[in-house]
Each structure stands twice: as structure tokens, then as C-alpha cells.
Design a protein around this ligand. Sequence first.
Ligand code: ADP
Length: 223
Amino acid sequence: MGIYLQDDDNQINRSNNVTVQSKHVSREMRGKIFGKFNGFRGCTLWLTGLSGAGKTSIAFNLENYLIKNGIPAYCLDGDNMRSGLNKNLNFSKEDRKENIRRSAEVAKLFADSGHITICSFVSPFSDDRFLARKLHQEVGLTFFEIFINASLDVCESRDVKGLYKKARDGIINSFTGIGQDYQVPINPDLVLDTEKQTLEQSTTTLIKFLEDKKILPTLRKQN
Ligand code: ADP
């Protein structure tokens, strides 16, 4: 057993005598002064999919678009989280769970601060993604699960970081799609099929989705 316990919520919770403090600033107040457009837009977009499916590319494109248009946004990327807060975690099922729990808690704080928080995590297990959603719903924050869909064959042929080759060569264990399962989302809020779309098309589909959900004002030039 590692430095934390996590079989269920009770085991995670080792903090006693803690009372959550209520702030003086409401989300509505924050939304009035935050960014170029009035209104609270804090939410989390949870991009899940195989390595190489396109999560990071889409997340960074969207973040760039939002910031350029004066809408507070921030990307939390799996690799970046693992190089800091989560650097003591490996890729076992147990550590993947803790990786997602911590990352979802951080996303929740960013979303609460008013940012459109764009998370790109392989997050292969449904239960872990469900926990991420639950953590947001408990505090009244919008959470969208977005499945970045590309087949294992296509992801492997892209092999952006050379990791599939390493996994096939036995250099990496527990690699999603090869040594470990990816549980396809059953009921995602949006699916982006990156085999059929270009990066620009996928990003635009996501922007339209956010407009439809009234997270974003319509900023694009209408065709
Ligand atoms: P992930 O973050 O899921 O591991 P990356 O974004 O790092 O994936 O890599 C995805 C690769 O697929 C990039 O080389 C990207 O240019 C390419 N790609 C092709 N079509 C798309 C698309 N529609 N959306 C996102 N990426 C795409």
C-alpha cells in the first residue's frame, strides 16, 4: 500500500476536524469582473481517449481560441500534472485512480474560480471519470465528458510520442490499449471523431457545443 489509501471515500479521507469555509465572493460576483464577457462560465471539459487520439491538440487549440477572445480558460494536461502534483504516481490502476481524483479536484477549483477548465487525461476507467463528474456536481459546477475517439490502430500509427512502440517492445507496461483496457464512455456529452475530422473541425465542433450549452457567447463569424 502506498502513502495514501483509496479503496473508498472513507479511506481517502484522513483529515479530521475540518470544516469547509464559505467565501464572501459568489460565483455570480466573480463572473461580473472576470474576463471580457459578463457572466460566470466556470466549468470543466473532461477530454478522455487513447493516447494519440487528439486530446491535447484539441485542448490547447480551444484554450488558445478562448484566451484570444477574452474568456478565462486553463488547460490541465495529464503529462503536465504528472510532472508536478502527481509525480509520485505510476500507471497502476490504483495510482491512475488517484491521479484522476487529484486532477479532478484541481479542475474543480479552477472551474469554481470561473475558468473554462479543459482537462486532457487518458482516464481509461469509467469509475474514475464518474468520480470526476461527481466531484463537480456536488458543488453545482457544470462538467462535460468529451470522448476523443480514434481507433487504437490510428492512434498507434500516429504514435505522437513513440509510446506505442515502446509498449509493443515491452519497455512500457500498463499502457492503455495494449497492456491495460480503455473503457469507452457509455454516455459522453460529446464525441469528437478525430479520424473523420481535422483538428480545426474538431475544435470548431467543440466550440459550437459550448455555444449551444450557453457556456460561450457566439464569437465565431457565422457562415
Ligand atoms: P493525445 O493528447 O490524445 O495523446 P495528441 O493531441 O498529443 O493526442 O496527438 C494527436 C495527434 O493526432 C496530433 O498529431 C494531431 O495533429 C493529430 N490529429 C489528427 N486529427 C486530429 C483531430 N481531429 N483532433 C486532434 N488531433 C488530430
